[in-house]
Design a protein around this ligand. Structure first.
Ligand SMILES: [Zn+2]
Length: 278
């Protein structure tokens, strides 16, 4: 006769086989080994760690190692990843970046907080920080010459189609005006050496410029990132009428920047490196 423990294990296996439960509810990786018994979702090991950041809402346990009661499993059975998605991802804006397991962890952390803690995708009013078409605030910007970070006022305006920043908070003239159609923002915390660091690339006089910014508050930085994506999305919708989301969305963020290619790994240097190795 099967023991209670064996019956519980069998039941967990069966739950994981139900549609939707075979992939992490938050990042999509296959074979989740954890579950939130307060939200009713199955998640991967990394996302379970991020759920611990919202422990007042989500309580996680290992499906393999922790003890489970039959009432907890009943609850998991009654919700599951498909029903939870229908609830917590009701109205995710098309431009909103849905992170994968390969992304910078801040994006996943904020995605999980946005879904379950702030419930941003259950009511449009909560999406104002990135959906309003206008955003203004201060970011730490790395100085071009001395590398020191200074607080700068940034304004993103969809109507003007630009992102601009000001060197003095009461300055009338912006220090730089970046046309939103040329702007690309990517998280590059390791490269920049500050948490939540964002690299913003844009074109000026046909040459590529970079600025490096961050905000101590991860939510602020991810809101800026999505606000930039929103502005680019609306620009592209006007520029390419009739284009589908599957055509436009990949254009919102370029994650691979070929910057430095010629200087660092261009053909000029190869013979020298090879000579050294030989
Ligand atoms: Zn995950």
């Amino acid at each position: 006769m099967a023991s209670d423990q064996e019956r519980i294990r069998e039941r967990i296996k069966a739950l994981l086989k139900k549609p939707g439960n075979g992939n992490c509810a938050d990042c999509g990786v296959p074979e989740p080994e954890w579950a939130s018994y307060t939200l009713g979702v199955f998640v991967c090991h990394s996302c379970s760690g991020l759920h611990r950041n919202i422990a007042q809402i989500s309580k996680v346990k290992s499906l393999l190692l922790d003890p489970w009661s039959s009432s907890e499993l009943e609850f998991l059975d009654s919700v599951g990843n498909i029903a939870a998605k229908a609830k917590y991802e009701q109205i995710v804006p098309a431009f909103y970046y849905r992170p994968t397991s390969k992304d910078y962890v801040l994006l996943l952390d904020q995605w999980i907080r946005a879904k379950y803690e702030r419930k941003e995708f259950m009511s449009v009013e909560r999406q104002e920080p990135y959906s309003a078409g206008y955003r203004e605030g201060c970011l730490w910007k790395r100085g071009r010459d001395n590398g020191q970070y200074m607080s700068r006022k940034f304004i993103l305006t969809e109507r003007e189609g630009v992102l601009k920043y000001f060197n003095k908070h009461d300055a009338r003239e912006p220090k730089a005006i970046m046309k939103i159609n040329t702007v690309n923002a990517t998280f590059q915390a390791a490269k920049i050496g500050v948490p939540n660091g964002l690299q913003i690339t844009y074109l000026k006089d046909n040459s590529t410029r970079n600025i490096f910014v961050y905000h101590e508050d991860g939510k602020e930085m991810v809101d800026w990132f999505n606000a930039i994506r929103a502005a680019r999305y609306h620009y592209l919708q006007v520029a390419f009428p009739g284009a589908t989301n599957s055509e436009l969305l990949p254009k919102l963020t370029r994650n691979y920047i070929k910057e430095g290619y010629m200087e660092k790994t261009g053909p000029k240097w190869r013979p020298i490196l090879n000579a050294n190795r030989d």
